[in-house]
Write a protein that binds this ligand. Sequence first.
Ligand code: NVA
Length: 366
Amino acid sequence: MPKIVNSWNDWDPLKHVIVGRCDNGMIPPEEPASSEKVPVDSDMRGMWGLRPLETVEKGNAALERLVKILEDRGIKVDRPTPLQWNQKIGTPDFTNDSMMGCMPPRDVLLTIGNEIMAAAQSFRSRYFEYLAYWPLMEKYFEEDPEFIWTQAPRPRLTDKSYKHNYYDESISIEERLVRTANKDFVTTEVEPMWDAADWMRMGKDIFVQHGLTTNRAAMDWMQRYHPDLRIHAVNFPGDPYPIHIDATFVPLRPGLIINNPVRPLPQEQRAIFEANDWQIVEAAQPAHDEPPALCYSSVWLSMNCLVLDPKTVVVEASEVHQMEQMDKLGMNVIPCDLRDAYPFGGGLHCCTADVYREGGCEDYFP
Ligand code: NVA
């Protein structure tokens, strides 16, 4: 029987990947932790509903362009089965008028070796998103006897999971930055909550952004669940909306990381990288001044790239500065026109989730 699932990092040669779909994508109604996470100047504030069909079609076309690039290189691509996301949901602990159906599989699925774990996300509107990936998980489970299919403890997401009145329209960006520096976020620590896109896998070590979507309890839970791995909390005080690590701190190959220049890793957290001769270089400036319309993310999706192997990287085609920097860093760059998918939840790294990369669990930080 073939081994289907294996991936320990974000740079070993990629052989099999999941690429998301934009179908039925929603702007979800406001919920306890959502307004804290949507930038104050976002054009999405105060509105919710199905995203316009035309944008869904354009987003899907962008993802098809990525699929073609990958398949042309012999990489197997699987796709999720989106639900009708504009349905009311409820559990014994909460109800919500709609789901979100955010496109990125990277937020939901964390691959660690032969295991794929569905995350414990803090948005109520994303509570059932994992179901879009279950048909694939069932298939991998049937075909690969070594595949470990897991679901992190489901958070209850009661009102106790969030700090209420944490956010008030009057708080300034400066105040937000103080909160990030003080590790004071909208989620509480009553239960583990996390998005998989906050976890940067580097073999035996996983670096995890403590921010609006992942709390310390999640890291504590994972360290107990995977005692052989080392879970490190990282924090980027330059980010007023710290959500997902992959537009902030992105490894390209062993020994090399690009770091968002307005969100530098604090000096005291650099020690482990310096002690092991890793180079942290400032990422190039984005080519755009603004994200596209109805987009949750910042212009720094410029650095949200997909590494296919330690010498090859896919970069968004309009990001000329980032492509040039990658080239100078010795990478072969494959451009992909993906900007129309950004409003559905992110860039090239976000819209994928690893199924199989070559290689094993190396210790890069002995
Ligand atoms: N929250 C990040 C995006 C992460 C993919 C940003 O907006 O820069």
